[in-house]
Structures are given as C-alpha cells and as structure tokens.
Design a protein around this ligand. Structure first.
Ligand code: OXD
Ligand code: MN
Length: 603
C-alpha cells in the first residue's frame, strides 16, 4: 500500500507508520489521508460529502457553514447490544458489559475488517482528549473510512497536526480503528450513508485499543467520545487513580460572588446539555459551561478533586431544544454546525420536535421524505443531534480549556424519575453519595436501545460506558473518596430529579432555568449557610430555604417535590438491591451497609 500523493504521513514515529500500514494491508483502502485539521482539508471533506450526498448545505443566510446529514434508518443510535469489552478475563468486564474473549474477537474483527475499506479513502486522525499539558490528557489515533467521522472528530476533539505533534513527542496513544463496513466494488456507486447491518463496537481495555465496525453514528463511530473518553479511559483511570465519568461540568457564580464548580452525572438525553447551559431565572446568578457530557477528574497535590472536559464540542440531542428550554444551545448553533437526522424546512433551515411552538406546514423529514403535521411519525428522529464547537457557546467559561482544570466543589447524580425521588437531596457522606450513584435509576430515552420510558438502574449514568466491572467502579469511587478525605477536600454529593410528575402526569417542577434554585440551595449547603431535613436518602431542603422568589409552584406540588414517602423509599431501596446483587461479589460491603441504613431509616 502506498500513501496518497497529496497527503503524506504527518509523523515519523515508526510504531504509528507500521500500525497504519498494517491496517491498510488489512482493509485495502484506495488511498490514505493523514488528517491535518487545516481549513482547506475541511473544505475538501465537505466537497467529498456533498458530492456523495452524505451531507447537504443548509441555507447559508440562515445558518452559515452548516450541514444536514441523514443517517441510514438502521443507524440512528448507540448499539449497546453490539458493544463489547474484550478483557482477558470475563470477570473483569463485569456483568455490565458484553464480554468477548480477546483472541476470538480479534479473529472475528480480522474477518469483518478484511478489505472493508475497498474503494474508500482511509483517514488517519490523530487526536487529543484534553488540553495539552493536563496530567490526564491522553492521545489517540482513529483510522476511519468515513469523512463524516473525520469532520465530527474535528469538532469534538483536538484533531490533526496539533495532536500528532504531541504523539511525536513520545507519549502513549490509543489505537482506534473504524470502518463503516461497506466496501465498494470497482465502478459501484456509493450510498449517502454507508454502513453495515452487522455492527461491532469493541474495546480492548488492557491493550487500550478500539475497533468499531458497521456504524457511522455518533457514539459508535466518533471513537474519541464514548469508546475512548469513557470506556477505555475509565479503565485507564482505574489503573492510574483518576476518574473518567459521564458528567457535565459548570461554574456557578452566586450574586455575592462565590464561585463553585459542579459536575453532574445524568443518563443520556436527560438534560445534561440543558443544565450545562442553564440560564438562571434568579437575579445575580451566572452559570458558565465547561462541558456537557464527559468529565475527567484527578486528585491534585493538595488533595483536591480537579476536573477537565476532554472534549472540544457538543454532540447534543436536538429534539426538545428550543429558545425556551435552552436558548444558549440555540445560539451556539447559529452556524458551523453539523445536524444529523433533524428535519429541514422549506427555506432549507433545520427543525425538530419541540423547537418552536408552531409546527411548520411542510418539512422534509429525517428520512428525506415530505412531511406534514398529519404524518404519523415525528419529522426529526428522537435521537437527532447537533455537533458544534464548545468555543461557539456564549456561556462557555473563560479558561474552559485550562490544562489545570477546575476544583470540584459538588458532584450531582440525577435521573429521570416520575415518582419516588425528590427535587434534591444531599448525601450523608461520600460513601452514601457513592451509594446514590451506584443505585441511580432513570427512565430510558432514545439515545440507546430498549423501551423508552422503562425504569432502569444506571449506576453513575455509566451503565453503557464503564469499561470494566461495575462493582470495581464503585470501589474505585470509594478509594478516591478516601484520598480526598485525607486532605479534607472531598466535594459534597447531591442527587437531583427534575422530572417528578403529579398523578395527572404533569411535571411538578418547571426545570430548565428554574433549576438555579436547586443550585442556589446546593451552594448554600456548601457554604454551611443552611440546614436541612434528615430523610432516609439524605438531607432534604427546608421549604423555606428554597428560593422561590418569582416562581409559583403550588404548596401541594412543592411539598411533594421536597419530601419523601418512607414506604416508597423502602420499596425503592429493596428494588435497588437488584443492582447490588447484579454486581455480585465485587459489590463493596459498604454499598450493602448503605442499603441497610436506607431501609432502617425508611421503615
Ligand atoms: C451521548 C450519549 O451521545 O450519552 O452523549 O448517548
Ligand atoms: Mn452522553
């Protein structure tokens, strides 16, 4: 295999050159393109994709330099059932992952990747997760035959020459191989969204490798994101003593100038992006955005928990995003945005369910068909996405990419629960907080597979993302807590639920910008300014301590939001035992102790 004449290797590292040649010998692409990250390369990729019908330009007057991509109907979300952790021992992958024996999987992959890039260009994308100079920043190289992946990785990571220079300095790098699995015969016409009905999203945590086959969609294909920054990084973090978590990250500044950094874990499509861009309704408060999906945290030399966002972009869920729910996101996507599986208006702009009050009379739906409000299916796919740089976000915090990161003051776990869980509660201790994270439950959304609405336990919102045994993940959190306790700098842990409903199905809490009232209470707790009410699941706010200035919520609703029913909590704690049993012998005893304590307090 010869390298393409136009784009020569951007490295001299022999291990990189040998690996790229090895993958090229296996997959037989027609050319190799070493990604530089330049503007001319961007333009070239756009031309290639527009010509192939993969993307189409939106109205440049309304949304400059923005594009619509429509995926294949079968390739619309992460495929957890086809996601594998290939650790040497099955017990290390844990019951939370599909396990495959590494040699067997390598042989399967050897089969499916054979000549899988025939007729296509193979792109080599060097990328960094994290800013240059941070102790937790890590490098990777993704090989892909999808220009859509190249363009998206360019938004989501620090990709191109900038990353190769770091790799060339001699650091370790993660090998990530991706193919859409749709080789082209000579003369065969391409399709707009090539993919394969067979999919493998595989991870080898011990050798820090990723192999992804058959899908070009988001988390399956942009391998810096879920595959590296969560599955592989969580295993690295366990080995090296840090944390790689499915969390958003904000800086909250109170009217009297107190600055707090908060990281919050919510399952996919539960409002992390909205929370990260919250527009406070309480006067004087500011929320600034540092990240919306993934946080890497480490204990610094002072014993404080520090955090960075390893990504550089948002891959956000579009439906439901509006001027009302998230004006900042709407502003962020003014241009330079890739939209996937949204609907297109007659004036060639984007639309999705929940974006405007009025539904347009006519649209082209995410499948590319004519659509009217009489159509039975939604116009945009429920997991339609926008991909846009964090630097475009008006609420992005100054220094968001500081390699030193920020010191975390509070951690939040949240889920989507119609019943049972109050608006906010503070854990009794770090250990109890870890229990709240371990037993987190949420109703399923369209971001993954399964029945939407079904209540599932999703420990730390990491069920699809922990690259090792879930019980060891809890033990790792406990060990980090012990290190933080030694310095007396452990962040406090809270649980929130914005999604509580009344018997009539109505949301009891308005959410969005009003969630600042919960942040306000959390910051008051951090400053020791307010007490609380003990409950079986932790400390609840006194009603009078929740700043309700300017917001009307009925007394009955507020009572329901701020109290817990002991019988219901007892039932929930019994049900939570299923997740502790699920993790089996690797469940730390202290998680059972916390469960017993919850039962004792609620009975
Ligand atoms: C995501 C997800 O894409 O969690 O962020 O599914
Ligand atoms: Mn996510």
């Amino acid at each position: 295999m010869t390298f393409s004449a136009e784009v020569k290797p951007t490295t001299r590292r022999t291990d990189v050159l040998e690996w790229v040649s090895e993958i090229a010998r296996l997959t037989k692409p027609s050319s190799i393109h070493w990604v530089t990250g330049s503007e001319s390369e961007q333009r070239h990729l756009i031309d290639v994709m527009v010509a192939a019908g993969t993307i189409a330009q939106l109205n440049p007057e309304k949304r400059p330099n923005s594009f619509i991509a429509r995926s294949h109907e079968s390739d619309v979300a992460r495929v957890e059932s086809r996601t594998f952790i290939c650790s040497t021992h099955q017990k290390d992958a844990g019951p939370n992952n599909n396990w495959a024996e590494p040699d067997e999987m390598r042989s399967t992959l050897g089969g499916v990747f054979t000549e899988s890039m025939r007729g296509r260009t193979m792109y080599v994308i060097p990328f960094l997760m994290g800013p240059i100079g941070s102790p937790v920043t890590r490098a990777g190289i993704e090989i892909t035959d999808s220009p859509y992946v190249v363009m998206s990785m360019g938004v989501m990571t620090r990709a191109g020459i900038v990353a190769m220079e770091v790799i060339d300095s001699g650091v370790d790098w993660v090998k990530a191989v991706h193919s859409v699995g749709a080789p082209l015969e000579q003369g065969e016409a391409d399709v707009p969204w090539p993919c394969n009905t067979t999919k493998y999203i595989t991870h080898f945590p011990e050798t820090r490798e990723i192999w992804s086959f058959g899908s070009a969609y988001g988390g399956n294909a942009l391998l810096g994101k879920k595959a590296f920054a969560l599955r592989i990084a969580s295993a690295m973090a366990r080995d090296e003593g840090w944390l790689a978590e499915h969390m958003m990250l904000i800086r909250a500044t109170s009217p009297d100038g107190r600055v707090k950094h908060i990281a919050a874990a919510f399952p996919s499509a539960c409002g992390k992006t909205n929370f990260a861009m919250l527009q406070p309704t309480l006067p004087g408060w500011t929320i600034e955005t540092l990240g919306d999906d993934i946080v890497w945290m480490w204990v610094d030399e002072d014993g404080k928990l520090r955090a960075i966002n390893p990504e550089t972009g948002f891959f956000g869920v579009a439906p439901g995003t509006s001027e009302k729910s998230n004006p900042v996101a709407m502003e962020t996507m003014w241009g330079n945005t890739i939209f996937t599986n949204v609907a297109v208006t007659d004036d060639n702009d984007v639309w999705w369910e929940g974006m405007t009050r009025e539904t347009p009379d006519h649209l082209i739906d995410w499948r590319g068909d004519d659509w009217t409000p009489a159509s039975e299916q939604p116009a945009s796919h429920p997991n339609a996405r926008f991909t846009v740089a964090i630097s475009q976000c008006p609420s992005t915090a100054a220094g968001w990419d500081d390699p030193h990161g920020v010191v975390i003051d509070a951690l939040i776990f949240g889920g989507r629960r119609r019943t049972t869980m109050p608006l906010v509660v503070e854990a009794r201790s770090w250990q109890h907080g870890v229990y709240l994270g371990a037993t987190m439950a949420s109703e399923r959304t369209a971001a993954g597979e399964g029945i939407v609405g079904e209540l599932t336990r999703d420990p730390f919102a990491m069920a699809p993302f922990t690259g090792y045994h879930v019980g060891d993940h809890w033990a790792h959190w406990l060990a980090i807590g012990e290190r933080l306790a030694q310095s007396g700098h452990a962040p406090r842990i809270f649980q929130v639920n914005w999604f509580r409903r009344g018997d009539d199905g109505r949301f009891l809490w308005p959410g969005f910008g009003e969630n600042i009232r919960v942040v306000d209470w959390i910051v008051k707790r951090l400053s020791g300014e307010t007490g609380g009410v003990d409950s079986p699941i932790g400390v609840l706010p006194h009603r009078a301590d929740v700043n309700m200035h300017g917001l009307t919520v009925s007394d009955a609703d507020l009572t329901e939001l701020l109290t817990v029913d002991h019988a219901v909590i007892e039932e929930d704690a019994i049900s939570a035992q299923s997740v502790l049993e699920f993790a089996g012998v690797r469940t730390p005893q202290s998680m059972w102790d916390e469960n017993a304590e919850t039962l004792r307090l609620s009975s």
